[in-house]
Design a binder for this molecule. Structure first.
Ligand code: ZN
Length: 319
C-alpha cells in the first residue's frame, strides 16, 4: 500500500464552520443567516491524483483522479514511459513493468492537478539454466505444426485486442486453483538441449506467469470476474486456453487446460469455474500457468502491453 501517496482531501474551514453553525442553528437561526456568506466561497478543488496498489516491479498502481484525464507516466531514463487515461469514474490501473524504473512521475494533463511521484521497489528474479531440453517437443517444425502455431497466434492477438468493462479489482484477486505454487513470475530460463537431428539447441525466455503444481483435472476458477475473450481447447503451445478480461485493461490467461468449460462472450464472477488443469500444449508436466497482462487502453497498438506478477495482484485490497 502507498499511504504516503494519498493526497488527503479535507473540507475547508468554511465548511466546518457551517457544519458547526448548523448545530447551533436551532438555538440561533439569526447567527446562521449572518454567517451564510461562508457558503458562497468557491468549492474546494474537485479532486487530486492519488495512487495506491503494489508499488513493486511487476505490480499494479490503482490511481484515482479527474475523470477522462490523460496521465503521463515518466521516469528519468526509462523505455516504459507511457500515457494512460482515467475512466469516467476517474480510475485507472497502471501496470508496473518487471523492469520498471525505481522512480515514476505521474503527471495529469492538463496540469491543474499536481503530479505524483511513486517509488517502485525492485524485484530480485533469478536465472535458471534448464538442461536436457527437447527442442523438438516445443518447436513447430512440420508445415502442419507451423500452421497450427500461426493460427493460435492470430487467435491470441485478436483476443488481446478486445476490451471489455469489468469489475477489475472490486473484489480483489483470489487464486484460480487450490494448490501449491511451483514457479513464480519473473525468472529467466535458459533452455539447453538437443533438437531433431541431435544438434544442440538453446532458448531463453522469461517466465511471465505463475505456475501451480496441481494434478490434471483440478478445477480452475476465475480469480476475479470478467468476460471470456478466448476459449480454445487446442492452441499449439498453450493447449487448452482461456483468456478472461477483467476490465481496467487486465486479462488473465490460463494455459494447458484439460477442460475448457466456458465459451467466448461468457461473463463470469469471481470463483466461477472456467475449466480444469491439464498437460496440454507444449508443456513438461501437468500444471496451471496463470498469467495476467496489463493493457494500456489509451493506446491502439498492443505491442507495449506487458505481463504483471499475478502473485502481487493477490496482495491487492479490493478497490
Ligand atoms: Zn508457467
Amino acid at each position: 500500500m502507498l499511504p504516503l501517496l494519498r493526497a488527503a482531501w479535507f473540507p475547508t474551514g468554511a465548511e466546518t464552520g457551517v457544519a458547526v453553525l448548523h448545530k447551533l442553528s436551532l438555538l440561533a437561526p439569526l447567527v446562521l443567516l449572518l454567517a451564510s456568506p461562508a457558503r458562497t466561497e468557491p468549492p474546494p478543488p474537485a479532486t487530486a491524483l492519488t495512487c495506491t496498489g503494489v508499488t513493486k516491479q511487476g505490480g499494479l498502481l490503482v490511481c484515482e483522479g479527474p475523470p477522462e484525464t490523460a496521465i503521463h507516466v515518466t521516469s528519468p531514463k526509462d523505455k516504459h514511459d507511457r500515457t494512460v487515461r482515467t475512466d469516467e469514474a476517474g480510475t485507472v490501473l497502471i501496470g508496473l513493468h518487471q523492469k520498471e524504473a525505481s522512480t515514476l512521475t505521474l503527471t495529469p494533463d492538463p496540469g491543474q492537478i499536481p503530479p505524483v511521484t511513486v517509488q517502485v521497489a525492485p524485484r530480485d528474479d533469478d536465472f535458471r539454466l534448464i538442461r536436457g531440453f527437447n527442442c523438438d517437443k516445443v518447436d513447430a517444425r512440420t508445415e502442419a505444426q507451423k500452421q497450427h502455431a500461426a493460427e493460435s497466434w492470430v487467435k491470441k492477438q485478436d483476443a488481446f485486442a478486445r476490451f471489455n468493462t469489468g469489475p477489475a479489482l472490486s473484489k480483489g484477486f483470489i487464486k484460480p486453483v487450490n494448490g501449491p505454487a511451483s514457479s513464480p513470475f519473473g525468472p529467466t530460463r535458459k533452455y539447453v538441449g538437443t533438437g531433431a537431428n541431435g544438434d544442440p539447441c538453446e532458448k531463453v525466455s522469461v517466465h511471465e506467469g505463475f505456475d501451480f503444481a496441481v494434478p490434471t483435472g483440478t478445477p480452475v476458477s476465475a480469480p476475479a470476474g470478467g468476460t471470456v475473450v478466448l476459449a480454445d481447447t487446442d492452441l499449439y503451445y498453450e493447449g487448452g486456453t482461456v483468456f478472461l478480461d477483467h476490465g481496467g485493461g487486465l486479462v488473465s490467461v490460463f494455459l494447458h487446460l484439460s477442460a475448457v468449460d466456458v465459451t467466448e462472450g461468457d461473463v463470469v464472477s469471481q470463483g466461477d469455474r472456467l475449466g480444469a488443469t491439464g498437460n496440454t500444449g507444449r508443456t513438461t508436466g501437468p500444471h496451471l500457468h496463470w498469467a495476467v497482462k496489463w493493457r494500456n487502453e489509451e493506446t491502439s497498438g498492443r505491442d507495449r502491453d506487458f505481463y504483471v506478477d499475478p502473485a502481487l495482484l493477490l496482495a491487492l485490497e479490493p478497490h
